[in-house]
Design a protein around this ligand. Structure first.
Ligand SMILES: Nc1nc2c(ncn2[C@@H]2O[C@H](COP(=O)(O)OP(=O)(O)OP(=O)(O)O)[C@@H](O)[C@H]2O)c(=O)[nH]1
Ligand SMILES: [Mg+2]
Length: 631
């Protein structure tokens, strides 16, 4: 007999867009339409539910992702409002892996922006079913038809407009739906094959009811079945008023209970999102998002229970860094602690500690992120900090191929093991790949320390990655293949040349950089700097001076596309030149020029390669290395 049980269903929905497109305003409208709030808050007055941080309200931009929940047609929608400013892309990155669906917002005036393309590419790569909302049809200059063309031409051809907009550019602008979506369309939208497009205004509410209906009809909902093995992932960490860690967690399968124990700690309390608020519970099931207390050691990206996949990066890493110094030298230690805490909540705030100089440097996406870190240090930690000049983070790529071996019981190797490694250049963008030469006899690896060959290979790969954090010029080494060519270890009853204590995991860990850096020295490395694809939108009458300035910066600009008063110039610029252009543009364009930049890749620096001071012992200086890492 077929029995229908009423299981609750969920939809974890991301709201993504370029900066200022209207995500937070739309979120507010959806909450209002769902009946969970009685008044629509305003970004401009700092009264929205999701821009709850003081800094967000002061600046009128979203800095952190925020979760808020509402019911529609029996479905609990957990909506995640994300920041659109490119400096906070790390926040979006972490949210992506927990989404069932997404609404991508595009402004009917500004249209498709470079950031919109970056987001859409990531959503497509992850197969996240996505609806589009063309917002701000009430604003002067709104041109939904043009924006629809841009979407088809620059984002994805698989779009289906769900209606049309009328009364453009006025408060009375309205969305007129074509009619209900048929089953075929709904099925294909839920599978992510088609992207329905709505038009409207988050400010006036036009089109919002239709998007609301579309969210549950055209995006996939998940039944909250708590059977099966637990698999849950932490995507955001917040510090409570008492400094406690609160882990935002998406449960993919199974059930998570209060008092469950994990490596990171024991769950002491659990809350889920409901009706615009949070609600205390004892357990949370597959499909849901919860806030967990008590996991003192938890990190963003960690899995509770069975991991479903590894760590994935969907966006480019930060390309700038800056040394941070306390205004009062006595605050050095407090600053270090505060920055470590911030980096903990935000794994893409990379903190580098140079003990020999007592300096801390922070990796950055841009100036706005820098200002936010500065303000956070002041507001939350009472620390006045100064950022020195922002510099570019380069990378190193092996130039060719190099190999090195260290043999045990020789003067240069106190680590009781033989290790041979080869490093070879690989295609740009491929990262670091670790391999083991097929000729290596598995039994010659110290398997007793690592509990099997797979575990050994995994740890070796980790040691290799760590060693490559600082290359010959101090930059992270990437785009290469590292191959283990030789491994052996000493034994108490081995033949004389192999006689000695058996190595520990630490021996292998400390030996790896020693061998790898010698291999890299033989291959040589090329320091490469980030290069950006730049769109500069400038008043047409200033195009001549802008092109001349680009020429002086060594940039080859394409043909400018003139759109009456404004023209767009596309070009590519190295990070340092981009900074120079940003500095000069206001003067050249009477303050009217706007720049959008997207990382295009890395190119060898011209001239002498910049060197970054190492923060870890230099394996190529054997005495110093051994003195610092110990045997
Ligand atoms: N005229 C008009 N203004 C809008 C509309 N939606 C949002 N705005 C305004 O646009 C500005 C940005 O809105 P937000 O909702 O903060 O945009 P956001 O996408 O959340 O911005 P970030 O989170 O900082 O990326 C605010 O001044 C809003 O009042 C709309 O439909 N029409
Ligand atoms: Mg916002």
């Amino acid at each position: 007999m077929l029995r229908r049980t009423l299981t609750p269903s969920f939809l974890n929905l991301g709201i993504l867009a370029h900066v200022d497109a209207g995500k937070t305003t739309l979120t507010e409208r959806l909450l209002y339409a769902a009946g969970v709030i009685d008044d629509v808050g305003s970004v401009d007055k700092g009264t929205t539910r999701t821009d709850s941080l003081v800094l967000e309200q002061q600046r009128g931009i979203t800095i952190k992702s925020a979760v808020v929940s509402f019911p529609v047609d029996g479905v609990t929608v957990n909506l995640i409002d994300t920041p659109g400013h490119p400096d906070f892309i790390a926040e979006v990155e972490r949210v992506l892996s927990v989404l069932d669906g997404c609404v991508l917002v595009v402004s009917a005036v500004e249209g498709v922006q470079p950031q919109t393309r970056i987001l859409m590419r990531a959503l497509e790569r992850l197969d996240v079913p996505t609806l589009l909302f063309v917002n701000k049809i009430d604003r002067t200059g709104a041109d939904p038809e043009r924006v629809l063309d841009e979407i088809e031409g620059r984002l994805t051809p698989s779009v289906v407009p769900m209606g049309s907009a009328a009364g453009l550019g006025t408060r009375g602008a309205e969305f007129a739906p074509f009619g209900p979506a048929d089953d075929d369309l709904a099925g294909r939208a839920r599978a992510g094959e088609l992207h329905p497009v709505f038009f409207g205004s988050a400010l006036t509410g036009a089109g919002v009811d239709e998007v609301m209906a579309g969210i549950v009809e055209l995006l996939p909902t998940r039944a909250g079945n708590g059977d099966g093995l637990l698999s849950a992932q932490v995507f955001k960490i917040e510090r409570g008023p008492a400094g406690d860690r609160i882990a935002y967690t998406r449960v993919f399968s199974g059930t998570l209970h209060v008092r469950d124990r994990f490596d990171a700690g024991k769950v002491t309390a659990l809350r889920v999102f409901a009706d615009g608020d949070v609600e205390q519970r004892d357990a949370v099931h597959a499909g849901e998002i919860a806030k967990l207390w008590g996991l003192g050691e938890i990190q963003v990206g960690d899995w509770l229970g069975e991991p479903l996949r590894g760590v994935e990066h969907h966006f480019a890493p930060p390309t700038f860094e800056s040394v941070v110094a306390p205004a009062d030298p006595a605050d050095g230690h407090s600053l270090q602690v505060a920055l470590a805490q911030l980096a903990d909540q935000d794994p893409l705030i990379g903190v580098r500690q140079d003990d020999s100089r007592g300096e801390i440097s922070v990796s950055l996406y841009g100036e706005v992120q820098k200002e936010v870190i500065e303000a956070t240090l002041a507001d939350e930690y009472g620390l006045a900090a100064e950022f020195r000049e922002t510099t570019t983070i380069c990378i190193e790529r092996p130039t060719g191929r190099g190999e090195a071996v260290e043999i045990l019981n020789t003067p240069t190797n106190p680590f009781h093991a033989d290790l041979g490694l080869r490093v070879e250049a690989a295609a740009p963008g491929t990262g670091v790949e670790f391999r083991i030469d097929p000729g290596v006899d598995h039994r010659s690896a110290p398997l007793y320390v690592f509990k099997g060959f797979d575990a050994f290979a995994e740890r070796m790969s980790e040691y290799v990655r760590l060693a490559l954090e600082e290359g010959l010029s101090g930059w992270r080494v990437t785009d290469c293949v590292v191959t283990l060519t030789q491994i052996a270890y000493s034994l108490a009853d081995g033949p004389p040349a192999r006689r000695g204590p058996m190595p520990t995991a630490n021996d292998i860990r400390k030996l790896t950089p020693l061998v790898l850096m010698q291999a890299l020295e033989r291959s040589g490395s090329t320091v490469c700097e980030p290069v950006f694809r730049v769109d500069a939108e400038v008043p047409t009458e200033t195009i001549g001076v802008v092109l001349a300035a680009l020429g002086r910066l060594g940039a080859r600009a394409g043909m400018p596309s003139a759109q009456r008063e404004l023209s767009i110039v596309e070009t590519e610029l190295a990070a340092s030149r981009l900074k120079e252009l940003r500095r000069r543009l206001p003067g050249l364009t009477g303050g009217e020029g706007v720049i959008e930049a997207e990382l295009a890749g890395y190119r060898p620096v011209s001239g002498a390669p910049p060197v970054r001071r190492r923060t870890t012992p230099d394996p190529l200086n054997l005495d110093e290395y051994l003195a610092q890492v110990g045997r």
